[in-house]
Design a protein around this ligand. Sequence first.
Ligand SMILES: Cc1cc2nc3c(=O)[nH]c(=O)nc-3n(C[C@H](O)[C@H](O)[C@H](O)COP(=O)(O)OP(=O)(O)OC[C@H]3O[C@@H](n4cnc5c(N)ncnc54)[C@H](O)[C@@H]3O)c2cc1C
Ligand code: FES
Ligand code: FES
Length: 494
Amino acid sequence: MSTRSFLRFALNGAIHEVTGSDASMMLADWLRKRLYLTGTKIVCAEGDCGACTVLRAVPGTGRSRELRFEPINACITMLAQVDGAHLVSVEALRHDSSLSPIQEAMVQKHGSQCGYCTPGFVMALCGLFEKCKEKPDVQTVKNHLTGNLCRCTGYTPIVEAALSIDPETVPALGERFVTTPLIKALKETQSQAIDITAPQGRILAPVRLSDVSTLLKKYPEASLLASGTDLGVQLNKGKRELGDIISLHLIPELYQSTQKGSVYHFGAKVSLEEVRRRCAKGIPEFSTLLDVFASPQIKNSGTLVGNIANASPIGDTLPFLLVADARVAIAKKTGKRELPMTELFQGYRKLALKPGEWISSVSFRAPQKSEYLRLYKAATRKDLDISSVGAAFLFDLKPNRKDGRLVIQAARLALGGVAAIPLRMTRVEAFLKDKILDHDLVETAQAMLQEDITPLSDLRGSSAYRRILVQGFFQQYCDEIMQSREVQHAAFHS
Ligand SMILES: Cc1cc2nc3c(=O)[nH]c(=O)nc-3n(C[C@H](O)[C@H](O)[C@H](O)COP(=O)(O)OP(=O)(O)OC[C@H]3O[C@@H](n4cnc5c(N)ncnc54)[C@H](O)[C@@H]3O)c2cc1C
Ligand code: FES
Ligand code: FES
């Protein structure tokens, strides 16, 4: 198996190779410090403001020239993550010495004042017009710009600029920048593993799934790199030393995203945006939750498995996965084992993984017709914010033969942000089983829920506030069922 000691990617239509210590740089730093492409700004360096937005298309996730360019945050993207990818930075948008239609609209509508955020907005809009071939409406534009902050304009001129653009006038980036020789040059390296020695540590990227465990055994302190939206922030903020890195980006199996019947399966490199898209029809509640997960830039990059492996008690996807009977595939040196999500979290940010083990995929199922699922997230602001409390509630309902009142055949309840790990509320679930859903039952279950949680007070909310949120979410859920004819109808006809 051949190994290479360089990263290779395309930027604005030209191939670049990076070796040695540069290979451990963040993309935004590399663009600014090595190529002097200072249009990509760095403001927060933690994925929050979008000033560093560039576009990335990854071969293998689209078809040759139909590659989809998506916005990502260059400040928290390690260069290893763009190995094999096509990138476009703001400098390349001008064409034949004219501004692009997006830049021109920003000028015409006064979408820029101090200008510091402007390249980021332009690139984010570029990403929107890459996928949106018809004029977007106001809400689509606003949703797409949740990852970009501006201190000067008040946003209205930027939104007006976006609305004034005729999508047909925006050139497709693939046609401008992706050529057959470029694709060939990138493909050539896809089957070559990476081993780069940099002063900060080794950068390794195997091409075979089985090699990850071997490397983890050899370099036990190494960090696995899925997409780095957690890791990149920790590195930038000095909360973690770089050390050895094992990147998963060259392993084809990890990009698998499938749905067979009601069962969904996502490999460790599948982005949250792909999960959001795939679940939109079959599990709309989960897809809607992902609408308010971070920003488009983060979702285009960050992975579902990364959210699990990060093991934060407030990871947004975890309460849902806990009630959706999710199972993770744990890869080891020889073969793999499966573990229910309920057994994965062992303590604060501690997973039930042995040395050399890692998570290669996650599977879960959509609710059945008789199962009523609701997901809740409370955060200080709606977009781009981490939860104070997250909740997932699922009752399997059936009407009582005698009087038609609803019986809870089974309950699955999960909470995030109320203990050191995301919790399944098993004692309350057992209590609710086979009981008729009424106000007295809800009151007793509420009291039990409060007994079983131990929320902390921190900057996202006091313990008392978190307790009130849990109570409010559960009340809302039960009231919705008891008051909704639709739910009752579904239970009768399931
Ligand atoms: C601006 C911003 C907003 C965010 N908003 C949200 C939000 O709204 N909700 C939320 O829940 N999170 C949020 N996050 C956190 C983050 O985006 C998610 O946790 C994301 O899912 C992480 O995925 P990743 O692929 O980037 O993981 P990485 O950063 O690559 O990895 C995360 C951790 O898991 C380990 N790891 C990665 N893959 C594996 C594997 N296969 N097996 C074992 N270990 C592994 C890594 O070593 C690392 O310690 C936000 C982050 C940022 C920067
Ligand atoms: S600099 Fe703020 S998101 Fe990158
Ligand atoms: S124009 Fe100044 S920050 Fe947006």
